[in-house]
Each structure stands twice: as structure tokens, then as C-alpha cells.
Ligand binder design. Structure first.
Ligand code: ADP
Length: 241
């Protein structure tokens, strides 16, 4: 049997990932890492959890190994499994084993102890039914929890500008529109526009797509399939731009 090896250097992040802190998450994460405590990131999708992890891995100079979690996730998806290739049995590490072996930060997106450099972080959206939402207290209470949410309006506009090069006025309009959609959460929309969706729309706008079209294709259609809701969201964007 052979074990498939990875090159840890491929998992180091060379350039500083741009991240605007929204609170004391940098220092809390650093302290949790130093004390070898696993970390739980809570917050809606697209609000910066993954970017934060990339930034922290760069800051702590550790490789970052990411795994995506889904409802039918099994232990071997995380740990690894035997595969038969060319008549030979090969053990292929899953993200967890890979991170343990390489003293890496293991980030399990939307889920779910080893050497002193290994670090485990998991994220989830409390608004959704997910594997993590039903975590037993005995598991939950092992984590240092950091709560994430959309940035303040001024900070979110700054992020959208920095990520896309869009001008301040348009960034502010996008954020205003996002707030309108977030207010619809619970009354027709499952979730409002995330920072990620604003970044997508701003990218199209800087490439010459009209704001209303960018809002429809990047934001409204991503949020819902409901025809009436689409008309309502479309009217909101038309009122802003
Ligand atoms: P999540 O992991 O919470 O679903 P991401 O980390 O992928 O979300 O964030 C989506 C996008 O939003 C990022 O790619 C980035 O462009 C932007 N973003 C969100 N929050 C921040 C932040 N605080 N600083 C910099 N960029 C951010």
C-alpha cells in the first residue's frame, strides 16, 4: 500500500488576502490558535468567513486545507479512503488527515487534535438546516465561537470598492440595495444579498453592465426563483439606481 503525499508548500498562502476586520475576530482567532482550541465560525453565507480563514492562514504562516461539507458527508470524506489505481491500493488522505499530517489549518466550510500546529475551524450558517445546526452540546462546547455578520454599510461599501474598483457612489448604492433585500428576509426571501453577491454585481458593473441588469443577474436571480419576488426585488434595484 502507498500513501499519496501532498506538497504542503502548495497550501501556503503567499500574498496577504485582503480582509477588513469587523470586530475582534483577528485577536480572538490568534489566541484560540495559540491555545490549540478549535474554532467555530457562525454567520450567513457570503459574509467573509472563508476570506477570514485565508487571511488568518497567511497571518499565522500555516498551510490552509479546505473541505466542503454537505449533508451526506461521511467520515471517510474527511479522513480519507483507499483507492485502487493500476492494481495498487493507494491511501488518499481526506482534508482532515492532510491537515493533521502537515500541521495545517483545516477549514471545513458549512459543516462540520493533533500536533501543536494543527488547527481546526468549521463554519456554518445558523439560518439554515445543516449538519452543524444540530450539533450536540457536547461537540459545540468544545469550540471557540466567532459570530460573523455582514459588515456595516460604510465598511461593506469599502470592501466592494477594494474588491472590484467600482466608484464610491455605486458601491454605496449596491449596499443600499443589499439592505433592502436583507429586510425581506423572512417575508419571501430566505436570505438577503450577501457581500459576495455585491462583489459579483460590482464586477459586472465595472465591465460596463448596467446596474439594474447586474443586480438582476448577480443578485435577484441568485436569491430566488419566485416570479413575484423577482419583480419586487427588481423594483427595489430600479429605485436605487
Ligand atoms: P463565506 O465564507 O462567509 O460564505 P466569503 O469569505 O467567501 O464568504 O466572502 C465572499 C466575498 O465577500 C469574498 O470573496 C470577498 O470578496 C468579500 N468579503 C466579505 N467580507 C469581507 C471582508 N471582511 N473583507 C474583505 N472581503 C470581504
Amino acid at each position: 500500500m502507498t500513501v499519496q503525499a501532498i506538497k504542503p508548500e502548495e497550501y501556503f498562502i503567499e500574498n496577504e488576502p485582503y480582509y477588513e476586520p469587523i470586530g475582534d475576530e483577528l485577536s480572538v482567532f490568534e489566541a484560540a490558535y495559540k491555545n490549540q482550541l478549535p474554532i467555530l465560525l457562525k454567520g450567513p453565507t457570503g459574509c467573509g468567513k472563508t476570506r477570514f480563514m485565508e487571511h488568518m492562514a497567511w497571518r499565522l504562516k500555516r498551510p490552509l486545507i479546505t473541505g466542503s461539507c454537505h449533508d451526506d458527508l461521511t467520515a471517510s470524506d474527511l479522513v480519507g479512503r483507499y483507492l485502487i489505481t493500476g492494481g495498487e491500493t493507494v491511501w488518499v488522505d481526506g482534508p482532515l488527515a492532510r491537515a493533521v499530517r502537515n500541521g495545517a489549518i483545516c477549514y471545513l466550510d458549512e459543516i462540520v487534535e493533533a500536533g501543536p500546529e494543527f488547527c481546526m475551524a468549521i463554519s456554518y450558517n445558523p439560518g439554515y438546516q445543516s449538519v452543524l445546526k444540530d450539533l450536540k452540546q457536547s461537540t459545540r462546547q468544545r469550540f471557540v465561537a466567532l459570530e460573523f455578520d455582514y459588515p456595516s454599510a460604510a465598511l461593506e461599501a469599502k470592501i466592494v470598492m477594494n474588491e472590484t474598483g467600482i466608484d464610491a457612489a455605486q458601491a454605496e448604492q449596491l449596499v443600499k440595495f443589499a439592505h433592502m433585500t436583507r429586510n425581506l428576509k423572512g417575508s419571501g426571501l430566505e436570505e438577503g444579498a450577501s457581500t459576495r453577491l455585491l462583489v459579483h454585481a460590482a464586477k459586472l458593473m465595472t465591465d460596463g453592465v448596467s446596474p439594474v441588469v447586474a443586480c438582476r443577474t448577480c443578485i435577484a436571480e441568485a436569491l430566488t426563483d419566485d416570479a413575484e419576488m423577482l419583480v419586487a426585488v427588481h423594483e427595489l434595484s430600479a429605485s436605487v439606481f
